[in-house]
Design a protein around this ligand. Structure first.
Ligand SMILES: [Fe+2]
Length: 257
């Protein structure tokens, strides 16, 4: 069993709850699709946990922004990015400070493994899309408004591709069609020879009107969507006490939007 998490966004309460859930369910490995930091109030702690608990972590656009520069960020996201950078710089322990920067600086943009032990074909992992791994969004509406985009993306992987970035979980098939986890009863049964683009959702800032933290588990021939309740109010209050973080970044967590 492999756990796939994404878009933690410095939400320590959500990350802790998800990691506990993964441990209880007995997953052997956790892969993180990026955006460990950005938006939220606990970048140092979240980085330390991700370094300790994941086997592979990929580069997200917010990780990139903290390392280099924000690209097309709104005002609130940009302010959070610069505050996060300062938090990492202000760490008094040089070893910890360097370990976090080195980790961010070494993140790959794509990871591919054989899914054979799980009865699946090749498994590709990226933050955004198989075409532009760090920055491209694949929205549920693209299946109606931009089917050619979806067809183009499907040419770039051979069986399953796992993404994050939009914070909206679900499965995109080649028709093209998009299915929310609810429509699938939380389980996508993998068919050999049928490609699927799977959004694992977001640990720390879900945007599908469900405030619970989200991630997926890869089990033999199926992908299970999991939601985990966590202490949302503590996370909200931590955002509200940091003047550099827009209050909305906290308040939105209450409704998962
Ligand atoms: Fe994100």
């Amino acid at each position: 069993m492999i756990a796939v998490i994404s878009d933690i966004h410095s939400n320590l309460e959500a990350l802790t709850a998800v990691l506990n859930d993964i441990e209880q369910r007995g997953a052997e490995e956790t892969i993180c699709l990026g955006d460990v930091v950005g938006y939220g109030p606990k970048p140092r702690e979240c980085l330390d946990l991700v370094i300790e608990k994941t086997s592979v972590t990929l580069l997200g656009n917010h990780d990139y922004a903290v390392l280099y520069e924000p690209n097309k960020f709104n005002v609130g996201a940009e302010a959070a990015c610069f505050w996060t950078r300062q938090q990492l710089e202000d760490e008094p322990d040089a070893a910890k400070r360097n370990a976090r920067w080195d980790f961010l600086g070494s993140l790959p943009v794509k990871h591919t493994i054989s899914g054979e032990p799980l009865g699946m074909g090749e498994l590709m992992f990226v933050h955004g899309s198989p075409r532009r791994p760090v920055n491209e969004y694949i929205f549920p509406d693209d299946v109606y408004s931009n089917p050619n985009k979806i067809h183009g993306l499907f040419e770039r992987f051979s069986h399953l591709c796992f993404v994050g970035h939009t914070h909206v979980p679900g499965v995109c098939l080649d028709a093209p069609d998009f299915y929310s986890p609810d429509e699938l009863d939380m389980v996508y049964e993998v068919e050999s020879g049928r490609k699927a683009l799977i959004n694992v959702g977001s640990v720390g800032q879900p945007r599908d009107r469900d405030s619970r933290a989200g991630y997926v588990l890869l089990e033999p021939r199926l992908v299970r969507f999991v939601r985990v309740p966590y202490d949302v109010e503590t996370a909200v209050n931590r955002v509200l006490t940091v003047p550099e973080l827009d209050d909305y970044l906290g308040i939105r967590l209450r409704e998962g939007r």
